[in-house]
Design a protein around this ligand. Structure first.
Ligand code: NAD
Length: 261
């Protein structure tokens, strides 16, 4: 039987990259998926590809009401909510703290923390009552930057550490009703966008350069693609993980093996 047969899943940032690969895998495994994303175009593609198996909401993770709409949509369409995946995120492209002006620093902080951190608070808050009803689970998309330096600049690294704190405290508070876990991908070839205030301070690299850098930095020497991470999400979402909460699966080509932890 399919691993997620009949499960109702709400994911943010599912129109592209890692989130999109998760949507594809989860639908294949029998789930019904509600996707919130700010890319109307990406959402349209999902609708065309998956038809009745998906519902889409064009919205912004920094707006609480958009999460409420998404949760309501999932419950109306599929009768319940079993899994929340808070995945939408943006990047600082390794902008160097000392080079950035105070104004840009402040603006970057507000934008990046609103999306990466507040977006996860909002998603969890909007979904928690429905998840309690199903004894469901939450999965956050963290990063190697939740544990190590040099997975981004200070904005991204601090935001991904903050999400780790959110995960741990929520896993504590929501037990025994809701499991709370995360996947921490390493550098992956996606279109992860760089926030506007930091663009003047960074070099936006092409995919070939990015692929080389990803390969050099992880011990398994893998150029990771979004699809490489879906197995970790699948395990955490499924009933096979009923004893797992407060955990992070690192899907990063073995960053810990570098001995930097
Ligand atoms: N690509 C990497 O190297 C990498 C590594 C580790 C962790 N991650 C994390 O993976 C997650 C997904 O990123 P990705 O690499 O797949 O990038 P991506 O840009 O391909 O996907 C992110 C999706 O989130 C959406 N999004 C962004 N801001 C939004 C907002 N305010 N409201 C609604 N939707 C919004 C985008 O439209 C996009 O569809 C992020 O949390 C990111 O931090 C990425």
């Amino acid at each position: 039987m399919a691993e997620l047969s009949g499960k109702s899943v709400y994911i943010t940032g599912g129109a592209s990259g890692i989130g999109r690969a998760v949507v594809e895998e989860f639908v294949k495994e029998g789930a019904f998926v509600t996707v919130l994303d700010r890319s109307a175009e990406g959402l349209k593609e999902l609708e065309q590809q998956f038809g009745e198996k998906v519902r889409t909401i064009t919205g912004d993770v920094t707006i609480y009401e958009d999460h409420q709409r998404a949760v309501e949509t999932a419950v109306e369409a599929f009768g319940k909510l079993d899994v929340l995946i808070s995945n939408a995120g943006v990047f600082d492209a390794f902008a160097k703290f000392v080079n950035v002006t105070p104004e840009a620093m402040s603006e970057a902080y507000d934008i990046l923390f609103s999306i990466n951190v507040k977006g996860s608070f909002f998603a969890a808050k909007a979904a928690v009552e429905e998840l309690k009803r199903t004894r469901g689970n939450i999965i956050f998309t963290l990063s190697g930057a939740s544990f190590y330096p040099d997975g981004g600049g200070v904005w991204y690294t601090a935001s991904k550490h903050a999400q780790l704190g959110l995960l741990r405290q929520l896993a504590f508070e929501l037990a025994p009703d809701v499991r709370v876990n995360a996947v921490a991908p390493g550098g992956t070839l996606t279109a992860l966008s760089v926030i506007a205030p930091l663009r003047p301070f960074v070099n936006i690299v092409d995919n070939e350069t990015k692929a080389k850098s990803i390969k050099t930095r992880n011990p398994l020497k893998i150029v990771m693609a979004s699809e490489d991470h879906v197995g970790a999400y699948l395990l955490l979402a499924s009933d096979k993980a009923r004893a797992i909460t407060g955990e992070v699966i690192s899907s990063d080509g073995g960053l810990v093996v570098r001995g930097l932890s």
